[in-house]
Ligand binder design. Structure first.
Ligand code: PEP
Ligand code: MG
Length: 860
């Protein structure tokens, strides 16, 4: 008797297929696919009516354009052979309200063969690109390939063999942090590109190199011997090429470990200690800051997920939808963290997003659904089982990933069960400053914390890169992580001091410790208050030089906050955000209304509107731009604007119309490389201006390409102003992709090469007396800001939250000092040497014990 796997594979690979069908409605579609099954000898005629009856009772919509009609359980007598028939409907047929089916899989199965087939189809839902390719495929073979091959691979992933494959190579893992999520994701990418079966074995544990979870479950530590093996065409060559990529990651991994160790040593040496000298509980610094509070333990236990079984296909849809919603939410977190904290910090969220596509995890949930569990229960069980296995591994980095698996699990659950959205910290007492102590806190829990009452976080698990730590940093909440079993000594009600800079928690501190901590907190707060109070004062240096401080904002509703934070203008309105997260470009009228609203909010203050800067990291699906191998080096910014008048013209018209009332508006073109580009863009702008009889507006450019920086003297003849985009200027000068988390630590805008280019840009602009601003991230770093001012920049534009600290630094630093500093910075060998010139704010101005600059460099 053939085994079930074989018969399932046969049912799929030998499926009768009708391409290009055009049923008018669902009933016709079911009849047509039923007819295919009858003609293939798989079912008797009455099975078609049974399929219609089944549909009337429960919709067989599976999701993502697929429906899976099949007969009633009681009608299996009409099934003569397990078979799937496929009806392809390229134009789609409405299946249920708002759902259009493009592929209809009619299923005939005896016994539980139906479930095995469904499992394979559910997997197909996790491969949206392959799925879409089938919607209009012209060759039935395409179906056989897609339906059979990935499923076979997935089976292999679920039950890997402890045997090595045909070609074997041994490699000793030399990543200091072991095989954790980031390199694992890169292995998977490389393995997918190799296009053959690859596996890795550690002792008797084997993992297919397609599943993140299964790779993490190997628990491979630095120094472990890994046996990589491959089979398939050119297995030896492909295995060698794959291993080359695996080895190439070693340098980055070692650099990351070195940087982390250096950071920790630095923070320990510099940070606050209590006078009693008593020993703290030591964890890992997760988010800086000092706080005194009362310990509250919160239980990690969550209420059981209730099991509510539904027909498997409905549960499949629920899971599919929750996974899709979670993917979108995580993408928002990735974008937010990348912009606020950088690509390195966002990397962990990307790895977590990868877990949402993890075949091992999803297959485990599907198996449970098919075994009769409801979607939420199946998912909760699959997550718990996976996380428990990871947590049991003898490797702290990987054990930390268990928290990520659980967190992703919670996010998905919250999308299936709205009652889960609150988290365990929801019911904490009010009225006292609380240091929360938990085994682990999920980011979702962290996001729900009431910041009015919580002053610190300490977790036994997690780590400095855990999602929770990153969210704590974005919220300014002191946090320590990975404190382990020592945290057991922390009891609810005890007083404690937490220092997120050094990763320390002091329980039951002495009175003098508390007094010293209070004094230090008071000093930090006084400085922050002073900055906040003075945020609306101009950034005028003690020797009377003024620098304009502007905000980078995207929409009119952000203007009020920017002004409140002390912005004197908008130095960069990133208009591409008006084009993102929608299905069609905003037209001229819509844009006009937005620019008018922005001007109204600014009440006469200057506004620089940047023309659309699409491309690179900002992609807009509905513009149908061709895929580029190197989008940062491709048609982006001005190059795209000149290529797409349909985008440029309406935008320029809208801006000129909005400025017609005599407002202080400037237009800025992004990613300018050549004089020709400016001339062409200015010609277009002038034609539009004349057609509208609008006033002339200053037309400036962003200088963010080394070519433009080097030829700034030439460009200055044509541009009314420059704004330096240090984010891009840094990536192009140092040839480091601004999105690459492994290189993020080296992508430092304070590199002397970048500073020398800025010096050159300013010199070029001076020839024509053109004002120069900086709107990249360097302007928001107080030390970067004084360097830029010292180099001669007139305006600094930044995210509103950074304004107070930048203004405070500028207001206490004489221009003469900044100029001297800038000269010294340009003469340094490395970015680290430039940073070492930062001796902090002068003590006399902060009124506290800030580190002192050497006498000859001190501003006063
Ligand atoms: C820059 O490159 O520094 C800049 C401000 O532009 P964006 O970050 O939008 O590319
Ligand atoms: Mg840029």
């Amino acid at each position: 008797m053939p085994d079930k796997t074989d018969s399932t594979a046969a049912a799929l690979t030998k499926a009768p297929i009708r391409l290009n069908a055009a049923p008018r409605n669902r009933e016709e579609a079911i009849r047509a696919v039923g007819r295919l099954l009858v003609e293939a000898g798989a079912v008797a005629e009455p099975y078609i009516d049974s399929m219609l009856k089944r549909e009337a009772e429960a919709n067989t919509w599976l999701g993502s354009g697929i429906a899976i009609p099949h007969g009633m359980i009681g009608d299996k007598i009409y099934v003569q052979a397990d078979k799937v028939a496929v009806l392809q409907v390229p134009q789609g047929v409405e299946w249920s309200k708002g759902e259009t089916a493009y592929l209809i899989f009619g299923i005939a199965a005896r016994g539980d063969g139906h479930l095995a087939i469904l499992r394979r189809l559910t997997r197909l839902l996790q491969q949206p690109e392959q799925l879409r390719s089938l919607f209009a495929a012209r060759d039935p073979a395409a179906f056989h390939t897609v339906l059979a091959a990935p499923a076979e691979a997935a089976e292999a992933a679920a039950e890997p063999s402890a045997q090595d494959l045909a070609e074997v190579t041994l490699w000793r893992l030399d990543y200091p942090g072991g095989l954790h999520a980031r390199p694992s994701s890169l292995w998977i990418e490389a393995a997918n590109a190799a296009g053959i079966t690859l596996q890795v074995r550690l002792g008797d544990r084997v993992s297919d190199i397609k599943s993140l979870v299964s790779l993490l479950q190997l628990g491979a530590k630095c120094g472990d011997d890994l046996y990589f093996s491959a089979q398939g065409a050119q297995a030896a060559e492909k295995l060698a090429a794959f291993l080359q990529k695996v080895r190439a990651l070693s340098a980055g991994e070692k650099e990351q470990a070195r940087l982390a160790a250096a950071r920790q040593a630095q923070s320990l040496a510099r940070s606050w200690q209590p006078p009693s000298g008593r020993a703290p509980i030591i964890g890992v610094p997760a988010s800086p800051g000092l706080a005194i509070g009362v310990i509250r333990l919160i239980a990690a236990d969550e209420p059981e997920v209730e099991d509510k079984p539904l027909p498997p296909e409905q549960s499949g849809v629920l899971l599919q939808q929750a996974l899709a919603a979670t993917r979108q939410q995580l993408q928002t977190v990735i974008d937010d963290v990348t912009r606020r904290l950088g690509a390195a910090e966002a990397a962990i969220f990307k790895a977590q997003a990868g877990l949402l596509n993890d075949e091992g995890l999803i297959a485990a949930a599907c198996r449970l659904i098919l075994a009769g569990r409801g979607a939420a229960k199946a998912w909760a069980l699959a997550v718990a089982e996976t996380a428990d296995r990871l947590a049991a591994l003898d490797n702290p980095v990987l054990a930390g990933r268990a928290a990520d698996v659980r967190d992703v699990g919670k996010r998905v659950l919250a999308n299936m069960l709205p009652s889960r959205a609150g988290g365990p910290a929801a019911a904490l007492p009010k009225g006292e400053k609380i240091i929360l102590v938990a085994e682990d806190l999920s980011p979702s829990d962290t996001a729900n914390l009431d910041m009015a009452h919580i002053c610190g976080l300490a977790t036994a698990g997690g780590g400095p890169t855990s999602h929770t730590a990153i969210l704590a940093r974005t919220q300014g909440l002191p946090a320590i992580a990975a404190a382990g079993g020592n945290l057991a000594a922390a009891k609810t009600g005890a007083t404690a001091i937490i220092n997120g800079d050094s990763g320390a928690l002091w329980l039951d501190p002495t009175e003098s410790d508390i007094a010293a901590a209070q004094a230090e907190i008071a000093r930090i707060q006084a400085e922050q208050r002073r900055q906040a109070e003075q945020r609306r004062l101009p950034a005028t240096t003690p020797d009377g030089h003024n620098i304009t401080i502007a905000a980078n904002i995207n929409r009119p509703d952000q203007a009020a906050f920017a002004l409140d934070q002390g912005a004197e203008a908008v130095g960069l309105m990133r208009t591409e955000f008006l084009f993102l997260e929608r299905s069609a470009a905003p037209g001229e009228e819509e844009q006009y209304q937005i620019y008018r609203a922005m001007l109204a909010q600014l009440g006469g203050r200057p506004l620089i509107i940047r023309a659309l800067d699409i491309g690179g990291d900002k992609q807009v699906p509905y513009l149908n731009l061709p895929r580029e191998d190197n989008p940062f080096l491709g048609r982006r910014g001005a190059r795209l604007l000149l290529h797409r008048p349909d985008l440029l013209y309406p935008q320029l018209k809208a801006i000129y119309r909005a400025a017609a009332g005599g407002s202080d508006v400037s237009i800025m073109f992004p990613m300018i490389m050549t004089v020709e580009e400016i001339i062409q863009l200015k010609d277009i702008a002038e034609t539009i201006r004349q057609s509208l009889q609008a006033p002339r507006l200053p037309l400036g450019i962003m200088v963010e390409v080394p070519a433009a920086a080097i030829c700034a003297d030439k460009l200055a003849a044509h541009a009314d102003f420059f704004s330096i985009g240090t984010n891009d200027l840094t990536q192009y000068t140092l040839a480091i992709d601004r999105e690459n988390p492994d290189l993020a630590a080296q992508a430092d805008g304070l590199h002397p090469a970048v500073l020398r280019l800025i010096e050159r840009i300013i010199a070029g602009a001076a020839l024509y007396r053109r004002p120069v601003g900086v709107c990249g991230g360097l302007a928001a770093d107080p030390f970067g800001a004084i360097l830029l001012a010292g180099l001669g920049v007139d305006e600094l534009s930044m995210t509103p939250r950074d304004i107070a600290a930048v203004k405070a630094r500028l207001r206490r630093t004489p221009l003469s000092y900044m100029r001297d500093l800038a000269r010294q910075a340009c003469a340094q060998d490395t970015a680290a040497a430039v940073r070492a010139l930062d001796h902090g704010a002068p003590a006399a101005e902060t009124g506290a014990a800030a580190p002192k600059a050497p006498a000859e460099e001190r501003p006063e």
